[in-house]
Design a protein around this ligand. Structure first.
Ligand code: TYM
Length: 329
């Protein structure tokens, strides 16, 4: 029996990167027999960077609506909002005392974000990964399906869990990261050296809500190189390799298969074919997304059910933690 949990921050419109690197895989995992899956809209993580209240609210619904539009079945999977399950912040506090400031300061996301938000290097930005460890450890999680950028946070989660278990016995399951083989780090189409991100505006970001014509335009303008040969080479041909990985993840094929398909073809045809594959992937879920966003009451009902299921599990682990530590309950 495997248990999966993952989270997405409600900090912007959903990108093709988060979809191919996370949501698409999450939906598929939920359909496998003998798995328990939890997906969480991590609003408490989002506030480590200042958020406008209406946008936070809208994007919280939006993340959930994309999951559902992509086919997540809530009878098989628990979809919930982080702030609805209080055990997350409570365990987060406890785990702070098992985490060294030095190891948090080494996190690359912390270093990047504290450069981007110089005026607001708040303590939450530093302790962000501790809350993430709590998200994961509350569910006896065996596997955490995430993009490549979260690997370091997962390593920290494992260290914190092992440190706690070293003192108090085997309370936490030590989770494994699960990074996809392709599209683990979808890059910006205009700058293939930087990650496609929902919290940073760029013409090289493809949004799930983009109209087909916009998607085609963005792919046609994607930065490539002057080698004029479609090959898988992340160093010399970062742009082309990024497009190939998007194609592989959209079609469910391997890099070898993708490269073989484009041998001898020019970059123009190559880009058009990739845009078409992406449109075929996202167009069918766009209508469903719009319908879901028009019915907030239905989304609220899903959140309520999700929070009840998640809380029931989270409370059992939190109680165990409190008991072994000597808290009077
Ligand atoms: P977030 O919101 O930045 O991203 C959500 C998920 O999407 C993946 N992702 C990408 N994958 C490929 N290419 C990209 N360009 C791309 N951009 C984003 C991320 O790797 C992630 O899987 N800290 C997490 C949220 C979190 C979490 C958790 C995850 C909080 N608690 C517990 C797992 C388990 C984050 O900021 O994700």
């Amino acid at each position: 029996m495997k248990t999966f949990i993952s989270g997405i921050q409600p900090t912007g419109d959903m990108t093709l990167g988060s979809y191919l690197g996370a949501i698409k895989n999450h939906v598929q995992l939920a359909d496998i027999a003998d798995t328990t899956t939890y997906y969480c809209v991590v609003d408490l993580h989002a506030i480590t960077v200042r958020q406008e209240p209406q946008r936070l609210r809208d994007f919280t619904y939006s993340v959930a609506a994309w999951y559902l539009a992509a086919g997540l079945d809530t009878s098989k999977s628990t979809l919930f909002v982080q702030n609805h399950v209080r055990a997350h912040t409570e365990l987060g506090w406890i785990l702070n005392t098992f985490t060294q400031v030095g190891e948090l300061e080494r996190m690359t996301q912390y270093k990047d974000k504290s450069k981007q938000h110089k005026h607001n290097v708040n303590a939450g930005l530093l302790t962000y990964p501790v809350l993430m460890a709590a998200d994961i450890l509350l569910y006896n999680t065996t596997h955490v399906p995430v993009g490549d950028d979260q690997k370091q946070h997962l390593e920290l989660t494992r260290n914190v869990a092992q440190r706690f278990n070293g003192v108090y016995g085997d309370v936490f399951v030590v989770p494994e990261p699960m990074i996809p083989k392709v599209a683990a780090r979808v890059m910006d189409l205009q700058d293939p050296t930087s990650k496609m991100s929902k919290s940073q505006e760029s013409n090289g970001t493809v949004y799930l809500k983009d109209e087909p014509a916009q998607i085609t335009k963005k792919f046609k303008r994607a930065v490539t190189d002057n080698i004029a040969n479609v090959a898988w080479d992340p160093i010399e041909q970062a742009g082309v390799t990024n497009l190939l990985s998007i194609y592989c993840a959209s079609k469910g094929i391997t890099p070898e298969q993708a490269v073989a398909e484009f041998t001898g073809k020019g970059y123009g045809d190559f880009k058009t074919t990739i845009a078409e594959a992406v449109i075929a992937e996202v167009a069918p879920i766009q209508n469903r997304y719009k319908e879901l966003m028009a019915d907030k009451a239905e989304l609220d009902a899903i959140f309520k059910k999700g929070a009840e299921k998640a809380s029931a599990q989270a409370e059992t682990v939190l109680a165990k933690v409190k008991d072994v530590m000597g808290f009077v309950r």
